[in-house]
Design a protein around this ligand. Structure first.
Ligand code: AMP
Length: 113
C-alpha cells in the first residue's frame, strides 16, 4: 500500500470527502479547514512538490486550475477565493504530494502568514 496519504485517498484506500474525481485529478475537503470552503485539488499521479514537476505534467497541472474554477462556482465562492500551493519546508508544505488549496467563503487577508 502507498505510504502517501493523498495517494491512498486517490486509490480509495483512505477516507476523504471527495467532491471531484477524474482520470487525472481528485479534489476533496481539507481535514482541517482554514476557511468555510477549503478544498484540496491534486494530481492522481504522485508528484512530490512543485520542485519535482516536469514538462510532461503541464497539461494536468493546467487542468488543476480548471477544476478549481469549476469547484469555486459549485461552492458559490466566485466573489473571491485564493489558490495556494505550498512548496517545501519553509513554505509549510506538510504533505509531499503536490496539492492546490482552494480557499474561500470569508475575507482573506494579505500578505499571508
Ligand atoms: P500543506 O501544508 O500545504 O502541505 O497542506 C496539507 C493539507 O492537507 C493541510 O491543510 C491538511 O489539513 C491537509 N490534510 C492532511 N491530511 C489530510 C487528509 N487525510 N484528508 C484531508 N486533508 C488532509
Amino acid at each position: 500500500m502507498s505510504e502517501c496519504i493523498f495517494c491512498r485517498i486517490v486509490q480509495g484506500m483512505a477516507p476523504a470527502r471527495v467532491i471531484y474525481r477524474d482520470e487525472e485529478i481528485t479534489a476533496f475537503h481539507d481535514i482541517n479547514p482554514q476557511a468555510p470552503v477549503h478544498i484540496l485539488i491534486i494530481p492522481n499521479r504522485h508528484i512530490t512538490s512543485v520542485a519535482c514537476i516536469e514538462p510532461g505534467d503541464a497539461n494536468t497541472l493546467g487542468r488543476l486550475f480548471l477544476v478549481a474554477r469549476q469547484l469555486a462556482e459549485q461552492e458559490n465562492i466566485t466573489d473571491g477565493y485564493r489558490i495556494v500551493v505550498n512548496s517545501g519546508r519553509m513554505a509549510g508544505q506538510s504533505v509531499y504530494h503536490l496539492h492546490m488549496h482552494l480557499l474561500g467563503g470569508r475575507r482573506l487577508s494579505w500578505p499571508p502568514g
